[in-house]
Write a protein that binds this ligand. Sequence first.
Ligand SMILES: [Zn+2]
Ligand SMILES: [Zn+2]
Length: 344
Amino acid sequence: MAATAVAIGTMKVAQVSGPNGDFQVVEREIPKPGRGEVRINVQACGVCHSDSLTKEGLWPGIQYPRIPGHEVVGVIDEVGEGVAEWKKGQRAGVGWHGGQDNTCVSCRRGDFRNCKNLKIPGISYDGGYQQYMVAPVEALVAIPDSLSDVDAAPLLCAGITTYNALRHSGALPGDLVAVQGIGGLGHLGIQFASKFGYKVAAIGRGGENAALAKKLGANVYIDSKATNAAEELQKLSGARVILATAPSSKAMSELIDGLGPNGKLVVIGATFEPIEVAPVQLINGSRTIQGWAAGTAADSEDTLRFAELSGVRPMVETYPLEKAAEAYARMMSGKAEFRVVLTM
Ligand SMILES: [Zn+2]
Ligand SMILES: [Zn+2]
């Protein structure tokens, strides 16, 4: 119980030196939380595809060196001034939503998710690839006792993104919902969709993941390499929602004709290439395409509560913090099964 004894000292961090720079594992002074902030003794941090925004310098204005990581779970070991609602020793996490300004038009409407000055851990400030991290209270997520650090971490970006996108998609129990991609996002999307009571069609390239997709809760598996996935969805009367998780704009474009009447393609797999769609594809059947980004700390708590109730869990591969470079390369290879998590 040396929580206060570590206030002065050094810690290990995995930082990116500059755009496209290598990971460096270095010692840094343990940071002190400021007003309205807490310090988290990090136990686990997920490695997300969006960490490439920091690693490759794709997000404008990043100050380097920068420590990535926005799937952070740990224990609060110091609270800053003015923090009354969080205590030392309490388990807490931080996800993609790392704080809002509370003053922009979106915030004034209560739409914190779309804050104009949204802060993102690992981009706007140092994230979770380190032993101690400072975070503002509005970004904090309470972690239920029944979830392990390693299981909870991926739920704070991959989990909340699939859960929140699906619960706001308009699909109702019994509707056909397709999940494109069986990876870090998709393997959670299939589980949530199944537990929400949808008829779930999992779409993967090749047959390797067919048995796993069924085990995760898919009713139907569609191999988009062997068949025309859009036609297969139409044989099932068309999808109410297609959750597009794999970062391939081409694969997403090919699925639009698989949407049923009023069907919606919900895009969460982040790419920079355009999706191709002809206006008539959208006009026929009043189809829509919508993007979705994560959610607030309260949405994360909903995600964790639902995971706790329903048994939804990520499948993870863990790496020690010192091997952050290897962990990141594994995630980028697309071969991880399915979420890579750093442990401190
Ligand atoms: Zn993420
Ligand atoms: Zn705002």
